[in-house]
Each structure stands twice: as C-alpha cells, then as structure tokens.
Design a protein around this ligand. Structure first.
Ligand SMILES: NC(=O)c1ccc[n+]([C@@H]2O[C@H](COP(=O)([O-])OP(=O)(O)OC[C@H]3O[C@@H](n4cnc5c(N)ncnc54)[C@H](OP(=O)(O)O)[C@@H]3O)[C@@H](O)[C@H]2O)c1
Length: 325
C-alpha cells in the first residue's frame, strides 16, 4: 500500500524569503520552481519522482513546470503529474501553480506541432486529461512559430484563458520583437502576458543580450529561467569529468563534447569562488540569476531530493554579481 502524503505544516514558514511577485500580476511564485523535463517520465522510478515533489512542496515550492512532450515517452511526465494529483496532491490543488506547454512535436501529422490554434487547443485538452486537472494555472506557447500568423497563436491563447482551461498565458523562447507584439496584443485583449520562459544562466546570457529580461521588467511581465544550472554543468557534477548516472552520461540533450578543457577550467574557477563564499557552485549560480534584473524564479531540475535541498539554499545566498568573477 502507498504511503499517505501529509504535507509539512511548516511549508510556508519561509514565505518572506521564498516568494516573488510575477511581473505586475497578482501571482507570487517561488524563487525556485521545479521542472519535469527530466526525471519524471515513464522510464523514471515513480517513487523517486514522488519523493522529489514531496520535498519541493514541503519546502514551499508551489510551482511545477511541465510540457506536453516531457518524458520520455512524450506525455509521460504529465501522466506522472496526473498520478501525483491522484495519490498525493489532490487536496492541495489550490496551493499549486502548474504550467504546461505546447509548441514542439507531440503527435504525428500536420496538427501536432508548432503554433496553430488547432494544435494548441487539442494539446491542452490532452495535457489536462493526462494530469487529471480541470485547468492549468499557466499555459505556454513553447516556441515561436515563424509560419503561423502571430495573431492566430495569440488569439488561441486568449481564447484558452477565456475557456477557463488556463488561468494565465506565457511564452517561451520567442524573439524580442515577437515578445513585444505578443505583449501588445494580449494587453489589448485583457489577457496580459504573465511570464516569459527563457534560458539564462552563467554560461548562457543570450536573453539578456537580446534585451528580454529588461523588456519584461519594464513592462510588468515575469521572467523564469530554465536550465539555470546549464543542465548540471554549473554544479560540482562535472568538475573532474563525466560521472556515471549523470545527464551527460545518459541523456541526448547534454553532449559530452560540450565539456571542453576550457569549460572545465572556467567551472573550476567558479567553484573556487563559491568555496570562498562558503557556498556550492550550484547555489552561487542560482543566486547570480536571482540577482539579475527582472527575474522572478529559477526553474531547476533534480534527479534527487538532496540536489533540490542543496539548490534551495540559494534563496538565502548573498547576491552574486559579475564583478566577482
Ligand atoms: N522552455 C523550454 O524550452 C525549456 C527547455 C529546457 C528546460 N525547461 C524547463 O526547465 C526545467 C529545468 O531544466 P534542467 O533540468 O535543464 O535544469 P538544470 O537545473 O539546469 O539542470 C538540472 C540537472 O542538473 C543536475 N543537478 C541539479 N542540481 C544539482 C546539484 N546540486 N548537484 C549536482 N547536480 C545537480 C541534475 O542532473 P543529473 O541527472 O546529472 O543528476 C539535474 O537533473 C525543465 O524541467 C523544464 O521544466 C524548459
């Protein structure tokens, strides 16, 4: 018989330090959110996924981020979320902020990818069924579609909110000009853009170079950074090579040729700065992001509760800035 989950009564004791307002909205998000891209699929042990989410929720991490195609196989991370809703989180639905996305390939044929109204509506219906939810808190366009008219994608997002299947709208990986157009379009229809999801970390500053977090900050839109640890590179995991069981050892999204001698040297330098600050590299790397203009939350992944436990320390870390590198 499954152990019955009872959430920690002290889970909001650190609220003051943990939550930030998302843009100019009414929503507070935890500075650390939990992503389901890896470690929550059908191929992963359910009890481990369960333990990670319990640890998260017990420590005030109220935001779980998914997408239609997280797994593997596609859809299975959402099924895990559905099982968690049945097994554990049903009584806590109103304390959770759950997001999902559509935009990448999900099913065969012309309607299972990109940004058409047809795809977005069908995908969200499927996601809700897999997750055992009546609505998601946040629905994202997962990527910019250069072929579909912007108005079609954006109007679908507006109508999804109006249908009650999502409370808020976000976009991920859209270029700046399309972000600006989306912001105007959605504001004019009283469904303001809640948040932008982009990859920002100490190794990848492209959104900043493009001006995206600045635009978000100046226009009341939140920004959440995905892969804030560069998939584990900004931790102590790869300082001395590629350990067994790591994402680089088994997943196709983090290739070993990325780990050049120059990168290892840079990571070791960052690690020694972290040591002098009495922090782990991961903690310092997350604190750097949280100290940048316009950032609402860092969206971490974890393959164990102990990783999450270590990473959560960044909530109390001293701000870390570029001048220290
Ligand atoms: N919008 C988009 O297009 C997009 C794209 C990518 C991701 N995302 C979102 O962002 C979330 C996070 O992405 P991510 O998983 O790449 O984030 P990440 O936090 O950069 O990397 C997480 C991985 O780093 C390792 N790790 C984490 N903490 C560690 C620690 N303290 N010590 C050692 N290793 C540690 C673990 O890998 P090991 O397996 O090696 O232990 C863990 O799975 C995703 O789940 C998803 O929700 C969105």
């Amino acid at each position: 018989m499954k152990e019955i989950y009872s959430a920690d009564a002290a889970r909001y004791d650190d609220s003051q330090a943990l939550y930030r307002r998302c843009g100019r909205s009414g929503v507070m998000l935890p500075k650390i959110s939990l992503g389901f891209w890896h470690n929550f699929g059908g191929a992963d042990p359910y009890e481990r996924s369960r333990a990670i989410t319990h640890y998260a929720f017990d420590h005030g991490i109220t935001h779980f981020d998914l997408a239609n195609n997280y797994g593997p196989p596609y859809g299975s991370a959402e099924e895990t979320m559905g099982n968690l809703m049945k097994d554990d989180f049903g009584p806590f639905r109103d304390e959770l902020f759950i997001s999902t996305k559509a935009g990448y390939d999900m099913w065969q044929g012309p309607y299972g990818n990109w940004g058409s109204r047809k795809y977005l509506f069908a995908s969200l219906d499927q996601s809700l069924r897999r997750m055992n939810l009546d609505y998601v808190d946040l629905f994202y366009s997962h990527r910019y579609d250069p072929e579909t008219p912007l108005e079609e994608t954006l109007q679908a997002l507006v109508d999804i909110v109006k249908s009650g299947k999502a409370l808020y709208i976000g976009i991920s990986r859209w270029p700046l000009e399309a972000l600006k157009a989306a912001d105007q379009y959605l504001k004019a229809r009283d469904v303001p853009l809640l948040i932008y999801q982009g990859r920002l970390n100490l190794l990848d500053r492209e959104p900043q170079t493009e001006g995206i977090p600045d635009y978000c900050a100046d226009n009341g839109i939140g920004f959440i950074s995905f892969s804030p640890l560069a998939q584990g590179l900004l931790t102590d995991r790869y300082l001395h090579g590629i350990p067994e069981g790591s994402r680089m050892a088994h997943a196709r999204f983090l290739k070993s040729d990325k780990l050049t001698p120059e990168l290892i040297a840079y990571l070791q330098r960052l690690n020694s700065i972290a040591t002098t600050r009495n922090e782990t590299l991961a903690e310092m790397a997350l604190a750097w992001i949280l100290n940048q203009k316009g950032i609402t939350s860092v969206l971490v992944g974890a393959s164990s509760t102990s990783q999450l436990e270590k990473n959560m320390k960044c909530v109390h870390a001293e701000p870390f800035s570029d001048s220290e590198i």
